[in-house]
Design a protein around this ligand. Structure first.
Ligand code: ADP
Ligand code: ZN
Length: 729
């Protein structure tokens, strides 16, 4: 059996290996047992029922909550040569009859339906006439009121086990909270089902939190790094999404809004545009997401603070489904917390209100945490995570965010000002007083008479906001739950005022500076070919009226653009290319590769995983000192002697500066002729190792001298150019 399962995996899906748990789940279903599957987004849940469906007689019924999702899934299955259809309200009566007729004639392996249709009496009668081999309930958390997407129709799905007790049922969700899980098992009568729980870690997602100051500028910087890549920016309010989308359009981005207040047509049009790569950015409320099957979402930004970690996990989870690196950026401010508290306090149910507050506290705890974010997030789902550094979060990978900053004087000012206004005002007002503002509220309350009035003028508004946020995180002040936003000094704060205790806070991380390593850029692929393959994919997608990723995921195109397959067999060796896809789209793809290799006679296959360049860190503090000496005209050696560091360290500093874009420094150190000469040597020997390049140069340029220093600089310059050109794509 296992043998043929592997063959089917390759044939239909083009994969040579199962992902964790997939094989066990498939086997369990084929043995007629029920299964409850907990897997993060991108974990590969669909295959767990699609593969059994492909190898079984009879029909697999898939219950799926969103119509847009159904079409995509069905398109993907048909593209892979597995016949499937959906039955929902978008069909005309005639189409419906025709598809139902086909189903009765045994023409489909899978039928997708919405829950409301399934529970309808005449539809049940129809189902009694087809041979069901499996029932799959996707997004099973919709059954739970505790979940984030409760759907009343899901409740009725309890009839599945009552009506078809002997047909195996698989329920799947990416929601990891135990309350929701228990609910699903109970509601679907799955008491005895085996639970398959995968790790909820998403190693390819990189987490980062920035203070919410100048957030629009920060966002623009961030988006500029992701030019031509797709992503979602979540906002709290509907208005927020529209305003942000407009502001981004004015900056030249292709951005559209999405929220439940848009008309149905506009909503599905916008979703479609995003899905088909026609726009890059969706500014959305949390109404956007469940129907998004798009695999190449490269980033998810939370422009406002989410209500809880379950939601944050779900929303960020929509990034990087294809397994390639993706970034999750959260803007955090305490005033967002106050805003959310206002909503929470409007809740009428006491228990729910208390629960919501706790959840918000956990969310804030995540935003403020100093240890690994990934570990913090997984801990919320009771999963222990101990790897440090993790595969990517600001706290693990950016040491500057750990740098301490002495704010004793500011803390004293802030705390005493809070006491001066009798702990009756919010942070904004306190800051206004400290900065000597003449706004009406300050005047009305005669707060311009206070001794602390204007004492903190020298610090900007945003610096003060950051200090306040840090004092909160460190427990010197608290925000009153009952009276929103009112700041009180805690006993710890009082004590520190008395003792004039030293107060140290973290430096806010800087958006432009922090560059989380993204394995997708500068990766060894033939970029021009990749772009050409994307165009071809688009043409096929338009022709077949499907979303581009239905044809091939980005990852597959990247592998092709690296491996340069020239035959159909070689193409089939690429992960993600099954027999059917190789047959259907292979010719166009192979032609493109052939053209490319004809035009570039020297183009060689690149092992996909090997990065083109080794990694070069960001400039350390000492680098700027080194630079100041070099700028004064010192040689590398003189700079080393003056600062008392080795020349090797000076070279390292310079390398870092060049890789970060210090072109002037580079030009000063490397004359253009030598640059060209050595660059050619790199091109012929590869960019990973310096020794072969140096040997090559010495061999080919008799008598000339070459040093490793220059090679370092040239490679760093190339790294910078590669990263800045990938930004301006
Ligand atoms: P989920 O429904 O759990 O979010 P999907 O079923 O959409 O995840 O799968 C996520 C991605 O992983 C898809 O691009 C899918 O093609 C890919 N995938 C699934 N199983 C495998 C596998 N065994 N090997 C390689 N890729 C896989
Ligand atoms: Zn981490």
């Amino acid at each position: 059996m296992t043998e043929t399962l592997h063959a089917a995996l390759q044939k239909h899906f083009g994969y040579s290996e199962f992902r964790p748990l997939q094989e066990e789940i498939v086997n369990s279903l084929l043995a007629g047992k029920n299964a409850f599957v907990l897997m993060p987004t991108g974990g590969g849940k669909s295959l767990c029922y699609q593969l059994p469906a492909a190898v079984s007689d009879g029909v697999t019924l898939v219950v799926s909550p969103l119509i847009a999702l159904m079409k995509d899934q069905v398109d993907q299955l048909n593209a892979a040569g597995i016949s499937a259809t959906f039955l929902n309200s978008t069909l005309s009566g005639q189409e419906m009859d025709q598809r139902m007729g086909n189903a009765l004639a045994g023409k489909y392996k899978l039928i997708y339906v919405a829950p409301e249709r399934l529970v309808n009496g005449s539809f049940l009668a129809f189902l009694d006439r087809v041979k069901l081999s499996l029932v799959a309930v996707d997004e099973a958390h919709c059954i739970s009121e505790w979940g984030h997407d409760f759907r009343a129709e899901y409740r009725k799905l309890s009839l599945i086990k009552e009506r078809w007790p002997n047909v195996p049922l698989i329920a799947m969700t990416a929601t990891a909270t135990s309350r929701v899980q228990e609910d699903i098992l109970r509601q679907l009568h799955l008491g005895g089902a085996k639970t398959f729980r995968a790790s909820f870690n998403r190693p390819n997602l990189h987490y980062r939190v920035l203070p919410k100051r100048k957030q629009f500028d920060e966002l623009v910087t961030f988006l500029n790094r992701h030019k031509s890549e797709c992503g979602i920016v979540y906002c709290l309010s509907r208005d927020g999404t529209e305003q942000l989308a407009k502001a981004l359009q004015q900056q030249g981005f292709r951005a559209i809004p999405y929220h439940a207040g848009l008309e149905r047509d506009a909503r599905s049009r916008n979703q479609e545009k995003f899905s088909r790569d026609e726009v890059e950015i969706v500014c959305a409320t949390i109404a956007f997401g469940m129907g998004i099957n798009k695999s190449n979402v490269r980033y998810v930004v939370h422009y406002d603070l989410p209500k809880n970690l379950a939601g944050y996990y779900q929303e960020t989870g929509r990034a990087g489904r294809d397994g390639l690196d993706a970034e999750c950026l959260l803007f955090f401010s305490l005033s967002d917390r106050v805003k959310l508290l206002r909503f929470i306090d409007d809740m009428s149910d006491d228990k729910e209100r208390i629960h919501a507050r706790k959840e918000l506290d956990l969310m804030v705890g995540f935003a403020q945490c100093e240890d690994c974010r990934r570990a913090k997030l997984l801990a919320y789902f009771d999963e222990a995570f101990n790897e440090r550094p993790c595969s990517g979060c600001d706290n693990c990978s950016d040491p500057t965010s750990q740098k301490k900053y002495d704010v004793t004087r500011q803390a004293q000012m802030f705390l005493s000002c809070v006491l001066r206004v009798n702990q009756k005002f919010g942070a904004g007002h306190v800051i206004a007083i400290l900065r000597g503002s003449e706004n009406q509220k300050v005047i009305d309350w005669r707060h311009d008479q206070l001794p602390t009035y204007g004492v903190g003028k020298e610090y900007s508004q945003s610096e003060w906001k950051w200090v306040a946020a840090e004092l909160h995180r460190l427990g010197y002040i608290m925000q009153d739950h009952e009276q929103h936003g009112v700041i009180r000094v805690t006993s710890k704060g009082i004590q520190s005022l008395k003792d004039r205790e030293k107060v140290e806070i973290n430096m806010p991380a800087k958006g432009e500076g922090v560059r989380i390593r993204s394995g997708n850029e500068g990766e060894g692929i033939h970029e021009e070919l990749f772009q050409r393959l994307r165009e071809i994919r688009k043409e096929i997608a338009v022709r077949d009226d499907v979303a581009p990723y239905v044809i091939f995921h980005d990852k597959v195109l990247r592998s092709i653009a690296a491996g340069l397959p020239l035959t159909r067999d070689a193409l089939r060796d690429i992960t993600g290319v099954g027999d059917i896809k190789a047959r259907r789209y292979g010719e166009k793809v192979l032609m493109a590769v052939k053209h490319y290799t004809d035009e570039h006679a020297d183009a060689k296959p690149i092992p996909f995983e090997l990065a083109k360049f080794p990694e070069i860190g960001r400039p350390v503090d000492g680098a700027f000192q080194t630079k100041s000496f070099l700028d004064r005209g010192m040689t590398l050696e003189e700079a080393a002697n003056t600062t008392g560091i080795t020349q090797g360290t000076v070279v390292k500093h310079v390398t870092q500066l060049i890789a970060a874009g210090d072109e002037a420094l580079f030009k000063k150190l490397v004359p253009p002729e030598r640059h060209k000469l050595m660059r050619d040597a790199f091109e012929s020997q590869g960019w990973q190792f310096l020794k072969p390049v140096l040997d090559h140069l010495i061999e080919n340029h008799n008598g000339a001298t070459f040093t490793y220093d220059e090679l370092h600089f040239i490679r760093a310059y190339e790294v910078w150019k590669a990263s800045s050109s990938s930004q301006s794509l």
